[in-house]
Design a protein around this ligand. Structure first.
Ligand SMILES: *[C@@H]1O[C@H](CO)[C@@H](O)[C@H](O)[C@H]1NC(C)=O
Ligand SMILES: *[C@@H]1O[C@H](CO)[C@@H](O)[C@H](O)[C@H]1NC(C)=O
Ligand SMILES: *[C@@H]1O[C@H](CO)[C@@H](O)[C@H](O)[C@H]1NC(C)=O
Ligand SMILES: *[C@@H]1O[C@H](CO)[C@@H](O)[C@H](O)[C@H]1NC(C)=O
Length: 389
């Protein structure tokens, strides 16, 4: 069975439950990096697959809070957000085995809503797994990863947990909802085990935190929008890691927010319940640059792996030579290409036409927990703050 959920529904529900809580949306301009770098999973090394990255210009293959904060610019329209947000890059596979980079045109991220602890300096986390090839409807970590097929020509279709089996004319949206319970101690544990989903009520419910992870943190939700300008064909949507089913969608976050900002937003309460109108929130207004986010180039372009990722034309193999795989990790059945036929890249006739445009929106809802008990009572005070990048 597929689990059905919609972010809009979630947003509406939370707005009802937590009316008066802060809510704001940060938007991002074009992506700064589309490359095989991942400072969480592959620190100091080359990542196994291509990611699309927004946020701080000083994204590197090692994360430190200071480094993120030192970035000379950010794609966010809140100048003080020097976090980085990334997800895998999507490709389209043609019948002849070539791969086309699928334009990622915007990111919409948001988070759960409650009173929360702000992200500590140096905090990083993951949602989803690049290795997952199955779906378990009883596992919140699985349910928190989904797709919305945007098609304004008819009634909305339910969200899915694998790539939808139809075309999405107004974008394929990859939804990634991060855990919002924290052990209260670690900035990171192997496998992102320092964070967890609620113990009950749903991954996005704001339900009680488990005793092992008693502290509520801001909820973070990404919506990465990919153009879907192809006739639907089974197996043609391929994540950069080779997954052609879609279970391995995932998101990565490295904190670069200034310490002390979110508590002020919480205090501001409903005056920061502003959606896209960040200028109406007194705490954020001074650091708001206007709608849409900005352009931002890498501080150190040598961070980018020197290889074609598809921005200049079709590829004959996924960067990293990743084989194609389907459900349960089986080799893809519909794979026209093979690793042995790898050609560096198909030269492009017009590189400029393939320029990636990324507008990111990420929702954050910080939540404080006051007096969280050992039993994980996480709802002392409910406040919501969502930021879209
Ligand atoms: C992002 O999500 C929010 C709430 O879910 C929605 O209101 C907004 O329209 C979305 N933005 C885009 C660009 O899709
Ligand atoms: C593969 O198919 C695509 C889409 O039809 C086409 O643009 C491309 O030129 C083809 N490449 C080769 C090597 O045939
Ligand atoms: C295609 O599938 C075959 C057999 O199913 C497998 O051996 C091969 O590695 C696959 N190629 C790619 C590029 O996934
Ligand atoms: C790789 O490139 C060479 C030279 O451009 C070409 O002759 C060959 O057919 C290509 N192989 C594949 C599998 O595309």
């Amino acid at each position: 069975m597929l689990g059905f959920s919609t972010l809009f529904g979630v947003a509406a529900l939370l707005a009802g439950v937590f009316a008066g809580d802060p809510f704001f949306i940060v938007q991002h301009g074009t992506a700064t990096f589309t490359t095989r770098v991942d400072p969480i999973i592959n620190p100091g090394a080359i990542s196994t697959h291509v990611h699309t990255v927004v946020g701080s210009s000083s994204f590197k293959n090692e994360y430190t809070y200071e480094n993120n904060r030192n970035g000379k610019c950010t794609t966010a329209n809140v100048v003080d957000d020097k976090s980085n947000y990334w997800a895998p890059q999507l490709y389209h596979k043609y019948d002849n085995g070539t791969f086309e980079l699928v334009r990622m045109n915007r990111v919409n991220t948001s988070g759960p809503d409650e009173e929360v602890h702000e992200f500590p300096e140096g905090f990083k986390m993951l949602a989803g797994s690049s290795k997952r090839s199955t779906y378990d409807d009883n596992d919140y970590a699985n349910k928190a990863i989904s797709y919305t097929c945007l098609d304004y020509s008819g009634p909305g279709k339910p969200d899915t947990h694998e790539f939808p089996e139809y075309r999405c004319p107004q974008d394929l949206r990859a939804n990634i909802f991060f855990p919002n319970c924290w052990d209260g101690v670690n900035n990171w544990l192997e496998g992102s085990k320092h964070v967890a989903y609620p113990a009950s009520g749903g991954f996005d419910s704001g339900g009680p935190c488990p005793a092992t992870h008693p502290k509520r943190i801001m909820s973070l939700f990404y919506e990465f929008h990919f153009s879907d300008n192809y006739e639907y064909k089974a197996g043609a949507r391929v994540w950069a890691n080779g997954d052609d089913v879609g279970y391995s969608s995932h998101g990565d976050f490295t904190n670069g927010w200034p310490t002390g900002l979110f508590p002020k937003v919480f205090e501001a309460g409903s005056s920061c319940d502003v959606g896209f109108s960040i200028e109406k929130c007194p705490v954020l207004e001074p650091i708001f640059t206007g709608s849409g986010g900005g352009t931002c180039t890498p501080d150190d372009p040598s961070v980018i792996i020197d290889e074609e990722v598809g921005e200049n034309g079709l590829l004959t193999a996924l960067p990293g030579n990743n084989p194609l795989w389907s459900a349960n990790g089986a080799p893809a059945t519909n794979n026209a290409s093979s690793s042995s036929s790898v050609n560096s890249t198909t030269p492009s006739t017009s590189a400029s036409s393939a320029t990636l445009s990324v507008i990111g929106e990420i929702h954050l809802s910080p939540t404080h927990i006051e007096g969280a008990s050992a039993g994980g009572q996480c709802k002392a005070k409910k406040r919501r703050l969502s930021a879209q990048f």
